[in-house]
Design a protein around this ligand. Sequence first.
Ligand SMILES: NC(=O)c1ccc[n+]([C@@H]2O[C@H](COP(=O)([O-])OP(=O)(O)OC[C@H]3O[C@@H](n4cnc5c(N)ncnc54)[C@H](OP(=O)(O)O)[C@@H]3O)[C@@H](O)[C@H]2O)c1
Length: 338
Amino acid sequence: MGDMGDMGGISATIRWGILGAGDIASAFCGDLVHAPGHSVVAVGARVPGASDAFADRWGIERRHGSYVDLVEDPDVDVVYVATPHPFHHDVAMLAIEAGKAVLVEKPFTMDATQARALVTASRARGTFLMEAMWTRFLPSFVAIREVIASGRLGELVLVTAELGQWFPHDVEHRLFNGELGGGALLDLGIYPVSFASMVLGSPTRITAVSDPTTTGVDAQTSMILSDDAGRHAVITTTLRATTPSLALISGTEARIEIEGNFYNASAFSIIGRDGSVERVAAPRVGHGLWYEAAEVGRCLRAGLTESPVMPLMESISIMETLDEVRRHIGLTYPGLAR
Ligand SMILES: NC(=O)c1ccc[n+]([C@@H]2O[C@H](COP(=O)([O-])OP(=O)(O)OC[C@H]3O[C@@H](n4cnc5c(N)ncnc54)[C@H](OP(=O)(O)O)[C@@H]3O)[C@@H](O)[C@H]2O)c1
């Protein structure tokens, strides 16, 4: 784990700068009330004036009419990159080059090449960088990792996870637009893929099938990720239906069944091979986005340049998995090598 040495001049309150005043940025600002010691001090939009309504809503004093002005704001400690994914790499790079800590929305980048470039740059600069995979930091996920680490599940055998949300077929929406990184895989599929990565690590064999939207991005993708120990992750994601979004972890001795939408879970059960059931409640407060902000603050105050909960090498590995899934299903995006 890297070390920021003198803590890079981090102030007592972690001062956030929001880059891209869209939907998830709004949810993030609303949720930050649950994180003491954090404050949104600035917002930057592509054009002057575009973020005024956002800034008024969230009581943000400093409004910048360009992303460059935001990342160069000396009163900002951490930049939260909340643009559509095709812009994550370039704007996160701007922030790193300006010496800022950076939290980048999921998916981290469009592909592993971009992910590696960001990690290389932040390590060279000695700055903090993290993928905003918020579900990892929920109390339920902390508890799930503890159960796995205890060995209670025995040898891990199978992860099954799916995430589906119905969206109207709006070709104007970023989810259906390849130029804006649309499709189920990168937007929703990243959650079960990241979940499988958290539980099983990096896969060594990958297969996938997919069906496209009329706009050519993936509407529904199913994949099997497996490793040399013979463990499987069976994953489906879709834009065509609101599914239960369930996730299970099965081991030789017991399994974990997560209640409700796994990505914002507040409880799960541990079910033994003998049928015994133990329910673990780990309630989420608020939307749940503030837990990742709290982790960023914890890391910055500890002088870390990455989080042990969402390590940078794992964010790269997840992008490698998504690259390989895309290769199998023939899903390409403008400007990428494939
Ligand atoms: N963690 C979560 O639960 C969650 C949920 C939804 C989305 N996300 C992720 O967050 C990111 C943003 O998603 P979102 O739903 O918030 O997107 P959005 O509302 O459509 O757009 C976010 C902002 O990005 C900026 N932007 C920069 N270049 C743009 C371009 N060419 N076209 C459109 N907008 C552009 C705009 O802000 P300005 O005009 O201010 O520059 C826009 O308001 C995505 O990567 C997505 O995967 C995460």
